[in-house]
Structures are given as C-alpha cells and as structure tokens.
Design a protein around this ligand. Structure first.
Ligand SMILES: Cc1ncc(COP(=O)(O)O)c(C=O)c1O
Length: 345
C-alpha cells in the first residue's frame, strides 16, 4: 500500500506504545493528578524555557476549539486564513465551544495570514460597536494547511498587529514539530518568543496514538481553560496514559526526529517531480505535504495506479508524508507521477 492520504494514516511510533505499557503499572490518581502529568508540566516548562500549563486533549480539533474558547468571548471574532483548519474542517467547533465566536478569514498566501490584511480587517471591524463581532484572537496554522512554514519574523509580524489591538494569538500546531524541524529553531522561538499566547501542540500526526495537547503561555488564559475542557468532556480521567505518550514523544527530541523524516520525504519527492513536464507544485514544500497540480486525466491515472492520495479538485492532489514514509514509497510515488504526468484527456 503506497499511502500518501494523510499523516493520520500511519503507525504510532513504537516508543510511545512502550511508554503506554510502562505507565500501565499500579494505581495513579485520575484527571491529571498523577505523577506523569506532573512530570509533563515540568518537562514542557523545560522544553519551552518558560512556565507553561499543558493540557493533554484527545484531538487537534479539541485543542484548537478549546484554546480559542478560552481567549475569545461568545461575541468575538477569530481572524484566520481562509484555508485554516478551524475555518474549513472543524464543523465550527470553535464557534460551538466558545458559545458563538465567528471565524473571519483574512487575505493569506499559502495559508499564511498577511499582517497588513489583518491590520486592515481589525481596523474595519467596528471595535466597540454593539452590532459587530469583537476582534478577540488570531489563529495561525504552523505548518500551514498548504504545507508552508511561517518564518519566525512572519509569526512575530502577525502577533505584533494582534497584540497592538489587544487580540491574543493562537497557533494551530497540528504540525508544529514539522515547522520547528524545518526552521531549526527552539520550540520557544517558534511560539511565545514570537508572540504566541496559546498553542495546539500536535502529537497524533507525527507518531502519536490518541492525543494532542494545549500549551498555554498566557497565564490569564490558563485559568479559564480547565473549566472549558471539563465542561466539554475533554479531560481524560486516566490522564497518566495521555501524559506518558506525550512525555515519550518529546524525550530525546524524538518528536523532531520523526518530523525531520516526514519533511525529508516530502523534500525528496519535490526534488524528483518539480521539473517534470505537466507537474506544478502549487505551494512551497517546507514541511511534510505536497500540493501537486496535474491534468485531471493524469491524476486519475495516478489514482488508478494504486497510489493513495486525496484530490483537492479535478487538477489538484494533496500528498502527505509521514514519519514512517519509506524510501520505497518515495520512489514509487515519484516514478508513478513521472509516468502519469503527461497524460491528457
Ligand atoms: C492543521 C490542522 N489542524 C488541526 C487538525 C485537527 O486534528 P484532529 O483531526 O485530530 O481533530 C488537523 C487535522 O487534519 C489539521 O490538519
């Protein structure tokens, strides 16, 4: 099976499975009162070089929606890229959990919020007018939904605009590991040092089993978030297993090693197909995803050849590399694209 459908289709890293088995010993208090969850708090403070609160949650959608619910009132506006996962693919979970927040797409390229467009959108939002949703938060997706990675200066530029207007900055880091691996920076630089107040820290897509985490840098948001999570039914009772998984994920930089593997696979495919006639990479390949435009007949043939991937329209295919994408998978995809690329209807 040559599978480029999603980073959700892959295996969990064995180190995480082993950590679950190791945590399955004796008794421990529930709801995060256990020693492993205490360790997780300490470990993340170390990892991010600042005091943080970490909340393991079941899904990336929960991480996003509850992070935003904690920093956005029911009458608030969340600015984001039109391509942002919260705007396209989460069934308005943010609106639901916040009690009514509105997603407001602003101009973006390759899924990156443009700071000037954000400034204009906030300026025209009608701040203080009772008839208008009130600007409350900005959502950045890192790496973006189109496989690009914000530079640190780009994150900081968006955060500067947001903070100047009193908005908080949420980063959807479903692929935070891929972004940090790409940037070669510290997790602190990629988050709070660039102005991020609250982070959805992805685990599942990069070798995890059943959970992501919310990392809170702004202490005023942390007070609220526990209530939001509990009310939503999103607090694991056997939290020690969720925490064990995440501890193993960041131990000895495993998370970055896994992400480097996925990024490298995508970069190798890009090199192999970039110059083929009939093939266009429509976004920079900076993380683990490729968005490839080809003739509809060529994409049909590629699907017919047994390669699994998702279509994003008649001419556009999305190909996602995972930590466990093999050299054979890379060669098979590049070879098949080479054979199909020139087919026309
Ligand atoms: C950028 C991004 N954010 C959030 C999510 C949500 O994750 P989940 O499907 O675990 O809710 C995804 C999943 O595809 C994603 O791609």
């Amino acid at each position: 099976m040559i599978d480029f459908r999603s980073d959700n289709t892959g295996r969990a890293a064995p180190q995480l499975i082993e950590a679950l088995a190791a945590a399955n010993d004796g008794t421990a208090l529930g709801y995060g009162m256990d020693p492993l969850t205490a360790q997780l708090q300490e470990r993340f403070a170390q990892l991010f070089e600042t005091p943080v609160r970490v909340f393991p949650v079941p899904t990336g959608t929960a991480a996003n929606a509850l992070s935003l619910a904690a920093i956005c009132p029911p009458f608030g506006a969340v600015y984001c890229s039109a391509d942002a996962h919260i705007n396209t693919s989460e069934c308005n979970a943010t609106g639901f959990f916040s009690g009514g927040a509105k997603m407001v797409p602003v101009t973006s390229e390759f899924g990156k919020v443009d700071p000037a467009a954000l400034e204009a959108a906030i300026a025209g939002a009608g701040k203080g007018l009772a008839h208008k949703s009130q600007p409350a938060a900005v959502n950045l997706v890192q790496a973006t939904d189109l496989g690009a990675v914000y530079g640190l200066d780009e994150v900081a530029a968006v955060a500067k605009v947001a903070h100047a207007h009193g908005l908080k900055v949420h980063m959807d880091g479903a692929r935070f590991a891929n972004a940090v691996a790409r940037l070669g920076c510290t997790p602190a630089q990629a988050s709070w040092k660039s102005g991020v107040d609250i982070l959805s820290f992805g685990v599942t897509k990069n070798g995890g089993l059943l959970g992501d985490a919310i990392v809170v840098f702004a202490p005023d948001a942390a007070q609220q978030i526990g209530y939001h999570l509990r009310r939503a039914g999103l607090v694991w009772s056997k939290m020690r297993f969720a925490s064990a998984q995440i501890l193993a994920y960041v131990r000895d930089d495993l998370w970055l090693e896994l992400a480097r593997g996925a990024n490298q696979a995508a970069a190798s495919i890009a090199v192999l197909v970039r110059t083929l006639p009939g093939v266009t990479l429509v976004a920079p390949v900076e993380a683990n995803e490729l968005f490839i435009e080809m003739e509809p007949a060529a994409l049909d043939a590629l699907q017919g050849s047994g390669i699994l991937f998702y279509r994003r329209g008649p001419r556009l295919g999305r190909f996602v590399c995972r930590w466990d994408t093999s050299a054979a998978d890379i060669d098979a995809l590049a070879g098949a694209i080479g054979r199909c690329a020139n087919l026309k209807a």
